[in-house]
Design a protein around this ligand. Structure first.
Ligand code: NAD
Length: 418
C-alpha cells in the first residue's frame, strides 16, 4: 500500500512514521520545514521561551534544530519519500508537487493553520505569534489582542521578561472555551503578577503605538511598543485545489467524518485544517485514526477526552467536561488548593487549585481542571481516570505518593467523594 501525506507537522510526520512502521509506503509532501507550526513557530519555541529569564534566540534555534534533526532521522526510512513543495490535489489518488505527479491508494491532508487577524484599521501594525517568537528585544509595553491560549501564554512570558503587559479580550472572560472557574482563577493569578487584563473589550483600530478599544460604550487607548494579534487561527485551505478535487469545506475547515475521511472517499484530513481542537496531540491522534481506517483497523481513541494545557505561570490544564457543559444533569464537585499541599508549599509553588467533576448518579469522573505548577503533567492522571470511566470511590482508593503535587488531584477527588 502507498499513501500521500500533505504537511509535515505533528499530524503529518507522526502519521508518516506510523505508516512506515506498518510497512506502508509514504510520500510526505511539505512546503514548510519538518515539524510544522508546533516545532518551528508554536509549541516548542514558546515553551523554550517559558523556560528562559530573558529571550535567547540562539538557544531557541538550537532547541528547534535538535528536535528537527530527530524528526529528520525518523523520516530517514526507505518507505518514506520526502518531497519539498506545495501540493495540489488532482483527484482521489493523485497529487502534484514540485513539478511531479504522485499516485497513491489514499491521501491525508495535514496542512495546519495560520494566524487569523481582525478586519480593523491598522491591523497591519500588529504582529502575529510567529513574529513574536523572533523578537530580539523585550518591548517595554506589550499589548495583546485576544485573551485565549496564545495571548495569555505570551502575556505570561513577556511579563516575566519585564514588559508591562495589557491583554484585551472581547468575551466577558479569558479562555472563553475553558471551565469558567478555571479561567477566572487564572485571570486573577495573572493579574496578581502584574498583567492588566481587560475583558468585554472590543478593539476598534490600531494606530502607530496605540490600540483603540471600547468597553461599555466608553473609548480607551492603550499605548504599546509591540502589539500581538492573537485572536485565533484559521485553516490553511488556500492552495490545495479543494474545489476542483470536490472536497467539501467551510471557512472553519475541511469537513470530515469520524474516520477523518473527507467528502471524497480515500482522501482524509487531520489536525488544524479540519478546524476542530487546534492541538498538536489531537492532530497526531486523528492521523492514527485516519491510518487505521485506511488499514481497515478499529481503534478506541476517544476524542471527547483531550487533555489541554496553557503554559502560563501558573499553568492551567483541563480534561473532559467543564462545569458549564454539565448544565443538563446533576454533578458532584470536589476542590483542593495547592496551599494545603506539602510539596507545593515546600517548593514555593502554593498558588494553585484543582476541581474534579463527577456525574452524581454514576459517580464517574467526567472533568478535571487544574491551575498550578505542573498542571500540564498532573492532568494526564486525570485523563486516564476520565478515559477509563473511573468512579470517585475507585480513584479515592488509589494510593498516591507523598509528598507530591499529584496529591492535590487526589484530595479534590476525595473531597468530591465525601
Ligand atoms: P483562541 O481561540 O484560544 O483565543 C482567541 C481569543 O481571542 C479568544 O479568547 C477570543 O474571544 C478573542 N478574540 C476574538 N476576537 C477578538 C477581538 N475582536 N478583540 C479581542 N479579543 C478577541 O485562539 P489563539 O489563542 O489565537 O490560539 C489559536 C489556536 O492555537 C487555539 O485553538 C489554541 O488552542 C491553539 N494553541 C494551543 C496552545 C496550547 O495548547 N498550549 C498554545 C497555543 C495555541
Amino acid at each position: 500500500m502507498k499513501i500521500i501525506i500533505i504537511g509535515a507537522g505533528p499530524g503529518g510526520y507522526e502519521t508518516a512514521a506510523l505508516a512506515a512502521a506498518r510497512g506502508i509506503e509514504v510520500v510526505l509532501i511539505s512546503e514548510g520545514p519538518l515539524g510544522g507550526t508546533c516545532l518551528n513557530e508554536g509549541c516548542i519555541p514558546t515553551k523554550t521561551l517559558c523556560a528562559m529569564d530573558a529571550p535567547d534566540q540562539a538557544h531557541k534555534q538550537e532547541v528547534i534544530a535538535q528536535l528537527q534533526a530527530g524528526i529528520a532521522q525518523l523520516m530517514r526510512n526507505k518507505l518514506i519519500t520526502l518531497v519539498e513543495g506545495r501540493a495540489r490535489i488532482l483527484g482521489p489518488r493523485s497529487v502534484e508537487a514540485a513539478g511531479e505527479k504522485f499516485e497513491a491508494d489514499a491521501i491525508i491532508i495535514a496542512t495546519g493553520s495560520v494566524s487569523a487577524s481582525l478586519p480593523i484599521p491598522g491591523a497591519e501594525l500588529c504582529i502575529d505569534s510567529a513574529a513574536m517568537l523572533n523578537l530580539e528585544e523585550v518591548p517595554q509595553r506589550l499589548c495583546v489582542i485576544g485573551g485565549g491560549v496564545i495571548g495569555l501564554e505570551f502575556a505570561s512570558i513577556y511579563r516575566k521578561f519585564g514588559s508591562e503587559v495589557t491583554v484585551l479580550e472581547f468575551c466577558p472572560g479569558v479562555l472563553p472555551r475553558f471551565d469558567t472557574d478555571l479561567a477566572k482563577r487564572l485571570k486573577a493569578s495573572l493579574a496578581k503578577r502584574g498583567i492588566a487584563i481587560e475583558t468585554s473589550a472590543r478593539v476598534e483600530s490600531v494606530t502607530e503605538g496605540l490600540v483603540h478599544w471600547t468597553k461599555g460604550g466608553k473609548e480607551y487607548s492603550t499605548p504599546a511598543d509591540c502589539i500581538l494579534m492573537a485572536v485565533g487561527r484559521r485553516p490553511n485551505l488556500g492552495t490545495l485545489n479543494l474545489d476542483e478535487a470536490g472536497i467539501e469545506y467551510t471557512p472553519r475547515g475541511i469537513v470530515v467524518d469520524s474516520s477523518m475521511q473527507t467528502s471524497v472517499p480515500g482522501i482524509y484530513a487531520i489536525g488544524d485544517i479540519t478546524g476542530g481542537l487546534m492541538l498538536a496531540h489531537v492532530a497526531s491522534a486523528q492521523g492514527r485514526r485516519a491510518l487505521n481506517h485506511i488499514c481497515g483497523l478499529a481503534d478506541s481513541i476517544d476524542f471527547s477526552v483531550v487533555p489541554a494545557a496553557v503554559f502560563t505561570v501558573p499553568e492551567a490544564a483541563t480534561v473532559g467536561k467543564s462545569e458549564e457543559e454539565c448544565a443538563g444533569f446533576e454533578i458532584l464537585t470536589g476542590k483542593a488548593n495547592y496551599r494545603a499541599n506539602g510539596k507545593a508549599v515546600a517548593s514555593g509553588e502554593a498558588d494553585g487549585w484543582c476541581k474534579v467533576i463527577a456525574e452524581k448518579e454514576s459517580r464517574r469522573i467526567i472533568g478535571v481542571h487544574i491551575l498550578g505548577a505542573h498542571a500540564s503533567d498532573i492532568i494526564h492522571e486525570a485523563a486516564v481516570l476520565v478515559a477509563l470511566g473511573a468512579t470517585l470511590d475507585a480513584a479515592s482508593d488509589i494510593i498516591h505518593a507523598h509528598p507530591t503535587l499529584s496529591e492535590v488531584l487526589h484530595s479534590a477527588i476525595r473531597n468530591a467523594a465525601s
